[in-house]
Ligand binder design. Structure first.
Ligand code: AOS
Ligand code: ZN
Ligand code: ZN
Length: 386
């Protein structure tokens, strides 16, 4: 196989998981701008996700969120997805949208609240059993706002105990993915603020516990690709929550704010064997002012383009320049790949897969946006950012 053929073959295997909540109405704490045609229930979110897959060929799974996507019959939801050519991906838990969680969930000082939170996580595993989902994604809003508010060490003990209980419940082919975030909604101390804390808990738990890197969850200037390289070396990178940030946890389209960073991340993924390993490439985005389905298609395309550039890095030339200590030549090899216009290559890959070279144009022509706008009245809020 020529090198270009190998790049194309790799691109054809790429899978990006889209989040159910990105299809619903969302906004900031100031205003939610409703859009015409947004899904009224989880089944319709899956219908939209299936459209993203239909036009990109690269979004075969949909992440679900409980309780935002609570339904009577989860097996029916999974069947609905399969009939549309997609499957259900990670089940995202929610231990933050309840009055009981004001002081935390699994780290709360009151054991009764901790039990309630663990009960919800058990429910999520039951749902995974019904849907066939393999991943339980855990993001905890737990933390404190003021020094002295609670005991930092005891909160870690409570977290550790709850995680162990949940881990115990996982089936042989199920994983738990622990996400970190350095602030918000807690502003003094977050209980899982960084990859080190997430890694320490996952290491103690065992092989079925891995870390999620949400690209929007770091302090400005953080070298995210270094974190990716480190977690991959340790076999603890479970998933990405891809999005872009300019300021905080902005949840904008991945690759929009800093496509170079996305390229550097994808390069480390490929360098560390993460492209073929069991790393889930998920989006975690909200489309507050832009049309949602085209924005999600654009996001998938951005990931594909960053991946194509990362695959094009001449690794032999890079290694030779690095071994020779040639700073400029090493940097040039990386930049050559980054500065390549890969759009024609990715378009070719699509055509070889029988897809339109331009997924956004194909979606626009399909009439789906008009159809859902006329058929769906009173669409659902994502549950996020209201
Ligand atoms: C929150 O900031 C996190 O990014 C979560 O991953 C996610 O947005 C939320 O849990 C929705 O499921
Ligand atoms: Zn996230
Ligand atoms: Zn986030």
């Amino acid at each position: 196989m020529t090198e270009l053929a190998a790049v194309k073959a790799a691109l054809k295997t790429q899978a990006v998981e889209t989040p159910s909540w990105a299809y619903g109405n969302s906004g900031t704490r100031f205003k939610v701008f409703a859009q015409p045609g947004v899904p009224r229930n989880p089944f319709e979110k899956i219908d939209d996700a299936a459209k993203v897959h239909e036009f990109t060929g690269a979004a075969p799974t949909v992440a679900m969120h409980i309780p935002w996507d609570r339904v009577e019959d989860y097996a029916a939801l999974a069947k609905h997805a399969e009939e549309r050519g997609v499957t259900l991906g990670a089940i995202n838990s929610n231990t933050f949208q309840d009055d009981d969680y004001k002081l935390g969930s699994v780290c709360h000082p009151d054991a009764a609240v901790r039990r309630k939170a663990v009960g919800h996580l058990y429910e999520c595993i039951d749902i995974m059993d019904a849907t066939g989902s393999k991943d339980l994604k855990l993001w905890f809003a737990d933390g404190t706002n003021y020094p002295g508010q609670d005991d930092l060490r005891e909160r870690q003990d409570r977290l550790s105990e709850a995680l162990a209980q949940v881990y115990e419940r996982l089936g042989d082919d199920q994983r738990m993915l622990l996400e970190y975030k350095f602030f918000e909604p807690a502003f003094y101390a977050t209980d899982v603020p960084d990859w080190g804390t997430a890694y320490a808990h996952c290491l103690k738990l065992g092989p079925k516990a891995q870390v999620v890197v949400d690209t929007g969850h770091h302090a400005p200037g953080t070298n995210i690709e270094f974190i990716v390289a480190t977690l991959l070396r340790e076999g603890k990178l479970g998933a990405f929550d891809f999005n872009s940030r300019f300021y905080a946890d902005d949840d904008l389209m991945v690759g929009a704010a800093d496509p170079f960073q996305l390229f550097r991340i994808m390069y480390e993924v490929i360098r560390g064997g993460g492209f073929t390993a069991d790393v889930a490439f998920m989006l975690d985005q909200c489309h507050n002012i832009e049309a949602k389905i085209p924005a999600i298609i654009r996001s998938v395309m951005n990931v594909q383009e960053a991946t194509a550039k990362a695959l094009l890095v001449d690794r032999d030339a890079l290694a030779a320049a690095q071994r020779a200590g040639d700073v400029l030549a090493s940097n040039a090899v990386l930049m050559d790949a980054y500065n390549t216009d890969v759009r024609p290559l990715v378009a070719e890959v699509r055509e070889e897969l029988g897809l339109d070279a331009d997924p956004i144009a194909a979606y626009s022509r399909s009439g789906w946006a008009e159809k859902i706008a006329s058929e769906r009245v009173g669409g659902q809020q994502a549950g996020w950012g209201a």
